[in-house]
Structure formats: structure tokens, C-alpha cells
Ligand binder design. Structure first.
Ligand code: HEC
Length: 112
């Protein structure tokens, strides 16, 4: 019984590690195809606020490197996935992990 319990705990920790690893490391880093797809996703969902090419309109300029909420891949993922209080919507349910990473990859490609 105790062994089974330990096994379940180990398995749970293991699964959490996999899930969090997925959201801290960009699986598409530098991938040209992902940049293209990310650009399409950006056009459809983000451009209305962030302007063409993410250059900022009524909302923050995403081409600058020092972002308010941090500039690591995982910071960008968290911002897009969960949203931010100043009016940035959350996209975790509408886009999902895979497409969010593609948009992160696109943002990396437009930074100056
Ligand atoms: C309804 C308008 C709106 C849409 C649509 C929108 N955003 Fe935002 N976004 C904002 C606002 C407003 C902020 C600033 C939030 C703050 O400062 O708290 C922001 C902030 C951000 C930031 C953080 C910038 C920083 O300096 O830290 C990123 C990254 C971002 N948005 C990416 C995206 C992406 C990618 C999409 C499309 C999937 C998107 N946004 C769609 C309004 C929008």
C-alpha cells in the first residue's frame, strides 16, 4: 500500500515536470515554419490591438526587447496564455499551447 502511494506521488511529480517544461521551453525556437504560422495567428488575433507587425498601436510595441512583463520565452508564454491586468486578454483556451508557442516564436522574429 505504501509502495503504491509512493508510486502515485512520483508519477504526479513526473507529470507536472513534463507539463511545466512544455511551458518554459519554446519547442519552435527559430523554426521558420512556426514563424510563418505565428505571423498568421498574430494577424488574426493580435494586430487589432498591437498594430501591424506588432509595432504598437493603442497597445504596447512588441518589437522592443525590454518588455514590461519580462522577455524570456516563458514570460511571453505566460503573458499571452493568462493575459495581463492592463487589458491584455487571455488566449489559453482560444489558441492553446501549440499556437501560443508559434506566436511567441513570431514575436522573437520581429524584435529589434
Ligand atoms: C484587446 C486588445 C489586445 C489584443 C487583441 C491583444 N493584446 Fe496583447 N496587450 C494588450 C494590452 C492593453 C497590453 C498591456 C497590458 C498591461 O500593460 O498590463 C498587452 C500586452 C501584451 C504583451 C506584454 C508586453 C510587455 O511589454 O510585457 C504581449 C507579449 C502581448 N500583449 C502579446 C499579444 C499577443 C501575442 C496577442 C494575440 C494572441 C495579443 N497580445 C492580443 C492588448 C491586447
Amino acid at each position: 500500500m505504501k509502495k503504491l502511494f509512493t508510486l502515485i506521488i512520483c508519477f504526479t511529480i513526473f507529470s507536472f515536470t513534463i507539463v511545466s517544461a512544455q511551458q518554459t521551453k519554446n519547442p519552435y525556437a527559430g523554426n521558420q515554419q512556426a514563424i510563418k504560422e505565428g505571423a498568421e495567428i498574430f494577424k488574426k488575433n493580435c494586430e487589432a490591438c498591437h498594430g501591424p507587425g506588432g509595432k504598437g498601436d493603442i497597445c504596447p510595441d512588441l518589437t522592443k526587447k525590454n518588455k514590461k512583463y519580462g522577455n524570456s520565452d516563458s514570460d511571453l508564454f505566460a503573458t499571452i496564455s493568462k493575459g495581463r491586468p492592463g487589458g491584455m486578454p487571455n488566449w489559453d483556451t482560444s489558441l492553446g499551447t501549440d499556437r501560443i508557442w508559434k506566436v511567441v516564436t513570431y514575436i522573437r522574429s520581429i524584435e529589434k
